[in-house]
Design a protein around this ligand. Structure first.
Ligand SMILES: *Cc1c(COP(=O)(O)O)cnc(C)c1O
Length: 361
């Protein structure tokens, strides 16, 4: 068996220890004589499993009791519709456009009401986070929407926007559990699991309970109401059972490794190392403003598309895989999520140095 260093933006690397536990428990989960994949979600064993996963997540993040935790399906993209369907009371919301995911959410929001773009960094291909200290937010906006870590462009909010008393809704898909979260600053947080948490197929939603409405229009599909899932403990219908199990193992791994503070330190150390090298390199350049750099996704380019392609190919052959950048940015992108060990970042830097030398930079 040989494992590569996997820099994929998502689905992405998972902790090896977690994968081994899942392998050990594959045929016989805790004496049940079956895999988690095979058991009824209504049975005792699974009931204990999902409750424990939620409890571990609550402890890990420090989620207050007045927030519900939901394990949903449909990916983060389904939240682009669920958020406006469930949270627009006045039919108005403010969106901050910092990349493709925020833009998609904004466009979806427009189907359900007046989704107003109050700030954008589209003018420079989303290479920065706009100043959000004094935005022109409509008084009657039901929420302010952000994409907290921009997976494609490699930027993150190091400071949250001033929402001027409005609810904050955050797409944390690519930074969830990478650093501590003050949940009380948000009305709703959601994250597709496949970036930094677990396998694709489960989306975690943390929603303040008073925002869960039972007065939605008849036309809102049952499956798209937060209330449906909150009332049923995420078991209204068959949940993504195995994916929740995998996320649960990751929560335990995080708890065992010092929780989110420790994870943030590790992530900062990894990113600092990588960006320090990038800034010293003659060949490779970062693509976003240094002050807004993501700790999770680091795009970079040589400025020469052929050289970029050669780099990606040779890196792959050396066991450093999925470094090709998003098609809209080009170049390379190294996603260095929680589960990427520091040795993986070291190996990438060494490889980049060698590549530079070989090309006489
Ligand atoms: C990947 C991603 C999405 C889309 O997730 P799906 O689960 O594929 O719908 C949305 N937002 C962000 C920030 C992402 O990184």
């Amino acid at each position: 068996m040989s494992r590569v260093y996997n820099f994929s933006a998502g689905p992405a690397v998972l902790p090896e220890e977690v994968l081994k536990t899942a392998a050990d428990e594959m045929l016989d989960y805790k004496g049940s004589g079956m895999s988690v994949m095979e058991m009824s979600h209504r049975g005792k064993v699974y009931d204990a499993l999902i409750k424990e996963a939620e409890q571990d997540l609550r402890e890990l993040v420090g989620i207050p009791d007045d927030y519900a935790v939901l394990f949903l399906q449909g990916g983060a993209s389904t939240q682009f519709a669920m958020v406006p369907m469930n949270l627009m009371k006045n039919g108005k919301a403010a969106y901050i456009i910092t990349g493709q995911w925020a833009k998609k959410a904004w466009q979806e929001g427009k189907k359900y009401g007046d989704a107003v773009a109050v700030a954008s960094s589209a003018d420079r291909t989303f290479a920065y986070i706009p100043d959000c200290s004094d935005l022109d937010i409509p008084e009657d906006a039901d929420y302010v929407y952000i994409c907290e870590n921009n997976t494609i462009y490699g930027t993150v909010y190091h400071e949250l926007p001033n929402t001027k008393g409005h609810l904050l809704v955050s797409d944390m898909s690519s930074c969830f559990l990478s650093r501590p979260i003050d949940v009380t600053k948000y009305g709703l947080i959601f994250a597709g699991a496949q970036k930094n948490v677990g396998p694709a197929g489960v989306t975690i939603v943390i929603i303040r309970k008073d925002l869960i409405r039972d007065d939605l229009p008849e036309s809102v599909p049952t499956m798209l109401k937060y209330k449906t899932h909150a009332d049923a403990g995420s078991m209204y219908n068959t949940p993504p059972c195995y994916n929740i199990y995998m996320c649960g193992l990751v929560f335990k791994w995080l708890k065992k490794n010092g929780g989110l503070e420790a994870m943030e330190k590790k992530n900062q150390a990894k990113a600092a190392k990588f960006y320090a090298y990038l800034d010293s390199s003659k060949m490779f350049k970062g693509t976003v403003d240094a002050k807004d750099r993501s700790l999770m996704n680091a795009p970079f380019v040589t400025g020469n598309a052929e050289l970029d392609a050669e780099f990606v190919k040779k890196a792959e052959a050396a066991g450093l895989v999925s470094l090709k950048g998003h098609r809209t940015v080009g170049g390379m992108r190294a996603s260095i999520y929680n589960a990427m060990p520091e040795e993986g970042v070291d190996a990438l830097i060494e490889f980049m140095k060698k590549f530079e030398e070989e090309h006489g930079a």
